[in-house]
Design a protein around this ligand. Structure first.
Ligand SMILES: Cc1cc2nc3c(=O)[nH]c(=O)nc-3n(C[C@H](O)[C@H](O)[C@H](O)COP(=O)(O)O)c2cc1C
Length: 174
């Protein structure tokens, strides 16, 4: 464990992120600065024994910097939403500007989340890969296409510009 000013306590572990964010804000302005946090995601082997206290504090400090949005990966990135007990509403309460929720949202969960005022915006990741017209499909509650994991990071056109729209795959005509 680090024993300098950047390790140990909740305040110390937040220090690097807050210093970097403050530097970005001073350079480009808070209205051009947003942040994405993954409080409970085990991605890349990162974990926290007390994420609620850590991220509640962090978001209070980020709010004081006036950031334009807080984007939160709720759960394990690209995996289950319920990986550890955590109150994401607590983060939202501490942040005055736009709260963007991400991870495993579909039309139904996105709609209920917005109706219950648990988020201002929903971010979609994987559904956009296989559905270039995702917005249109969500608006019309049309089935989504799955994406092909074998073409991710391919560097070419396959899996990048060749997923069909509703019109192209024939579903748009009815
Ligand atoms: C191919 C692919 C690459 C991704 N790359 C990153 C990345 O570099 N950094 C990151 O924070 N998240 C990355 N993600 C995670 C997404 O931003 C998002 O958090 C995740 O897919 C959950 O949202 P979803 O359920 O809407 O897909 C990636 C996801 C996919 C599918």
């Amino acid at each position: 464990m680090r024993t300098d000013a950047y390790g140990g306590s909740v305040e110390n572990r937040a220090r690097l992120l807050l210093e970097v964010t403050a530097a970005v804000v001073s350079e480009v302005g808070a209205q051009r600065t947003g942040i994405r946090l993954s409080p409970t995601s085990p991605a890349n082997g990162v974990s926290s024994t007390a994420p609620q206290a850590q991220f509640d504090y962090l978001v209070e400090q980020l709010n004081a910097l006036g950031l334009v949005y807080l984007h939160v990966v709720e759960g394990a990135t690209g995996g289950p939403r319920e990986v550890a007990p955590f109150d994401f509403g607590s983060l939202r309460q501490r942040f005055n500007n736009t709260y963007i929720a991400n991870n495993g949202y579909d039309l139904s969960l996105a709609t209920s989340t917005l109706i219950e005022d648990k988020a201002d915006l929903i971010a979609f990741g994987r559904p956009f890969i296989g559905n270039p017209d995702l917005v249109e499909r969500l608006k019309t509650d049309t089935a989504l296409s799955a994406f092909d994991p074998t073409t991710l990071y391919g560097g070419g056109a396959a899996g990048y510009i060749d997923y069909p729209t509703l019109t192209e795959d024939g579903q748009g005509n009815h």
